[in-house]
Design a binder for this molecule. Structure first.
Ligand SMILES: [Zn+2]
Length: 142
């Protein structure tokens, strides 16, 4: 089993799990009960994990990218309210190295971090909806 996405709430986890199941990809949620009954343990256990079998991991990752792009396009920017965000690889030194390593080892084992990006105002967030901290940091710098 390999984790393809993690969540901090059960509601969102089920929506994403059902997207995979509806597309013929068997996906399961791990640590859902622990996370739901003891939310304060979420950080310690790494949240609710959406997992798939090793054999379909690569296929599931490609599907995940597709879902993320669709999800971003249906979202509204929390800062400028423009509809439709982009889902892009994060531009940083770490990611540049990640891309090189991925190219060298030709594998999906090194994952690139993606962000939701607003083409209108430039706001970026690792998650949707974004955390309050991400909006505050962006507002302070712009
Ligand atoms: Zn915006």
């Amino acid at each position: 089993m390999q984790t393809i996405k993690t969540f901090d709430n059960s509601f969102e986890a089920h929506i994403w799990k059902e997207k995979f199941v509806a597309n013929g990809i068997d996906a399961f949620l791990l640590d859902e009960m622990t996370s739901s009954t003891m939310p304060v343990w979420n950080m310690a256990i790494g949240g609710i994990k959406l997992v798939v079998a090793d054999e379909i991991y690569t296929v599931a990752l490609l599907k995940l990218k597709e879902f993320e792009v669709d999800y971003a396009q249906s979202a509204t920017c929390p800062v400028c309210q423009k509809a439709g965000l982009d889902y892009l690889p994060q531009k940083s030194g770490v990611n540049f190295l990640t891309e090189i390593f991925t190219w060298i080892f030709s594998s999906y084992s090194v994952a690139v971090d993606y962000v939701y990006h607003c083409a209108s105002c430039g706001f970026e967030s690792a998650s949707l909806p974004p955390s309050v901290e991400e909006i505050e940091v962006y507002s302070e710098n712009n």
